[in-house]
Design a protein around this ligand. Structure first.
Ligand SMILES: Nc1ncnc2c1ncn2[C@@H]1O[C@H](COP(=O)(O)OP(=O)(O)O)[C@@H](O)[C@H]1O
Ligand SMILES: [Mg+2]
Length: 262
């Protein structure tokens, strides 16, 4: 599936994400938790950003705001050039549906539902019904993530890595401007994680913008930029000059790990 056929230079200069002094407070009874304390972040088209930081530093809160799953307490958020601040809830849901794909640590697939139906769901939820043939779009997305032969399997009939591939296909099916992945390999072993990162790197090489949270510094090296958070603020923002190849790491890992069937 070719989602971003040509990324011209003008498009790559325009930020897909721009936040200004974004904050988020949670009210816990009488206590106010200041989860984000003023985030200024610009992400351009075709970037691959890894967000790192200790537990509780605000990574998921930031992902949920950027992914339009939740709204900020204050500050501005421009998504693909559109200011989301003044949007009504239905407009907010629309922009989420049109521009964003989300991948979660726990896959979040419907259990008694086939891979094909899980991937079709975002298209069926689209109140504008922009895609005329959801089944075909879902099949193409599943083919893209290497699951052409698993269309009619339900999640319990799939491995963890395959379930996450279904979730990635579901994130891709709307041809979003950006994919957010919050600890996408947190429930997967090393080999399967590298396999998933190989897929993310391929998608990014095709021009898809990716923002992911990861705990593991090794995995963050598969991105092109690392944003480190602490106590609700960005503490460091570093480009990766020589990106590691997940495919190469996977091959080396396989060559150096004894085959258990021997
Ligand atoms: N729904 C919520 N209600 C209250 N506090 C929350 C909620 N979600 C997160 N927090 C708090 O906000 C802070 C940041 O959490 P989170 O964004 O989940 O961090 P991370 O993903 O980096 O572990 C933490 O102190 C956490 O306890
Ligand atoms: Mg988190």
């Amino acid at each position: 599936m070719s989602t971003h056929p040509s990324v011209n230079s003008e498009q790559s200069i325009q930020p897909v994400i721009e936040t200004r002094q974004l904050t988020k407070n949670y009210q816990m009874g009488t206590v106010e938790v200041r989860a984000l304390r003023g985030i200024d972040l610009t992400i351009r088209r075709s970037e691959f950003v890894a967000i790192m930081g200790a537990s509780g530093s605000g990574k998921s809160t930031l992902m949920n705001l950027l992914g339009c799953l939740d709204r900020p307490t204050s500050g501005e958020y421009l998504l693909d050039g559109v200011n989301t601040n003044s949007m009504r809830p239905d407009e907010y849901a629309d922009i989420r549906n049109q521009k964003i794909g989300f991948v979660f640590q726990g896959f979040n697939l419907l259990p008694r539902t086939t891979a094909l139906e899980n991937v079709e769901l975002p298209l069926l939820y689209d109140r504008h019904q922009r895609v005329t043939n959801p089944a075909t779009a879902a099949r193409l997305a599943l083919e893209r993530v290497g699951l052409a032969d698993r269309l009619h399997h339900i999640p319990s009939q799939l491995s963890g890595g395959q379930q996450q591939r279904v979730a990635i296909a579901r994130a891709l099916v709307n041809q979003p401007a950006i994919i957010f992945a919050d600890e996408p390999t947190g429930n997967l072993d090393s080999r399967t994680s590298m396999d998933i990162f190989t897929l993310f790197q391929e998608l990014n090489d095709e021009g898809i913008t990716i923002v992911m949270v990861t705990h593991e510094r090794d995995f963050a090296q598969y991105a092109r930029r690392i944003v480190e958070m602490r106590d609700g603020l960005i503490r460091r923002d570093t480009p990766i000059t020589s990106r590691r190849s997940a495919r190469t790491d996977l091959l080396n890992f396989q060559n150096h790990t004894p085959d258990e069937s021997c």
